[in-house]
Each structure stands twice: as C-alpha cells, then as structure tokens.
Design a protein around this ligand. Structure first.
Ligand code: SF4
Length: 244
C-alpha cells in the first residue's frame, strides 16, 4: 500500500501549476456557472475506478504550460464565470494557491474538485475557493478499499470536516462502482454524511469506459437501489443521482 504522506510534487517552490488538460467550456463542473476546467497533473491515490489515469503520475510531460493557460483565460474574460481546478488532485501542487489568486485577479470565480488527500494542503486553499466539489470516497474505515492507500479515509474525512467548517459553498459526491459498493454501504455512508450536516450529496455512477483497474468491468445496478434513492433523497436538502 502507498502511504498517504509520501513526498509529492517536489520541485522549486515557484514552479508553475502543472496542467495535464483543459476543458474550455462546461456547464456541468460548477453548478449554475459557465466554467472551464484545468485538470491538474498528479495524484497520490489509486482509486480503482479512476477515469483519468493519465493524470495520476506527477512527473510526466504536460501538454499545456501555465503561460498558455493564462493566455487562454485572458481571452475568456467576460465569457466564462469560473475556472475549476480539477485533477488528478490539484491540492497536492504547491503552485495551486498562487494559480488560484491569479485566476481571481483575472475576474473569475474559483472552483475546486478535490478529495482532500492532504488536509493541510486542502485547508491552505479553502479560503481561495468559491465552490468545492468534494469527493467522499467511502466511509472513513472503508476508503482504502477504493483508493488502495492506507490512511486515506482519515485524510478524506478530516478534509470534509474542514470544508464543512469553512462555510465555502460545496457539494459532496461519491463515485459508485457496484463491484466496490453495495446498497448497505452506500446507505451507511449517506447516514453518516447527513449526521455530519452535509446539505448537498451527489451519487455519481462510475464511468465504465475508462478505469485505472482493468479488472473492473461494467457492473449492473442492484435491484434494491430503487429503494435507496428515495431514502437518500429524504436525508439531504439536496440529493442527486448522476448517471454516467
Ligand atoms: S479518482 Fe482517485 S486516483 Fe483518480 S484522481 Fe481522483 S483521487 Fe486520484
């Protein structure tokens, strides 16, 4: 198993943000906003269903430089509302706070997709975010089954508490692959999140087209899920099921 505290993204402190891809326009990645998405290179976890496996390795050549990203953003002022930093795991890069400040200076709102892999790094950028899409991997004690990394559940849930305490707007989402989750687990997760005060919860079904673990195939939704969705619906002020 990997350690959650392995050294990561080392390099000069002033190294620019490493961006592995750019989605120029989306209405799906920041609710009610027209945004672009920057897919930040590198992640310390190995979620078996990860659908961006090419973003996991940190030290690979990236297709777009930070200067090119800034040139792109300058041309989109007044056209886009927000820039979403996604991944990989954006918070592992030391350059993220500076990049977020720059994006704000250009007049965009800042969105972040994160699993809070390193709570101290996650905390550092929270005040720079207007909205966070937070990945809750599983119950704290079960997250390692998904991420392959010991201690990942503690990190994930600690960062969730930091987010809820921060007052930053958010949604919590959990990706479900039915070989890794069953309805009972998902119900327990929903109940734990509701007890913590989570207001918006999204279950997103894993996309079978591209996943890190080739042994995971397409798994059918269990029949009892039909009763689970209305149950989760009444646990949260806002609940959504997102199909792949
Ligand atoms: S799905 Fe898991 S492995 Fe993939 S980028 Fe997110 S946290 Fe990392």
């Amino acid at each position: 198993m990997n350690s959650p505290c392995q050294s990561f993204g080392s390099g000069p402190l002033d190294a620019p943000l490493r961006v592995g891809g750019l989605l120029p326009m989306t209405t799906l990645d920041y609710p009610e906003h027209l945004a672009c998405v920057l897919f930040c290179q590198g992640c310390a976890w190995r979620c078996r269903y990860c659908h961006n496996p090419e973003l996991i390795r940190a030290k690979v050549p990236t297709p777009i430089s930070w200067d090119e990203v800034l040139r792109f953003l300058r041309k989109r002022r007044g056209l886009l509302d927000a820039v979403v930093f996604s991944g990989g795991e954006a918070t592992l890069q030391k350059a993220l706070p500076g990049a977020m400040r720059k994006v704000r200076e250009l007049g965009f709102k800042v969105g972040l997709h994160s699993a809070g892999i390193k709570p101290a790094s996650f905390r550092r950028v929270l005040a720079l975010c207007d909205w966070v899409g937070f990945d809750v991997k599983a119950l704290e004690e079960e997250a390692e089954l998904i991420t392959g990394v010991s201690g990942s559940g503690q990190a994930n849930w600690h960062s969730l508490e930091l987010l809820l305490d921060s007052g930053v707007d958010y949604e919590c989402r959990t990706t479900v692959h039915w070989q890794l989750f069953d309805c009972q687990r998902l119900q327990r997760l929903g109940e734990r999140l509701a007890a913590l005060g989570v207001q918006r919860f999204v279950v997103q079904l894993a996309r079978p087209q591209q996943m890190l673990d080739p042994e995971l195939g397409a798994a059918p939704m269990p029949a009892e899920a039909a009763q689970l969705w209305p149950y989760l619906q009444q646990l949260f002020p806002r609940f959504e099921l997102r199909e792949a």
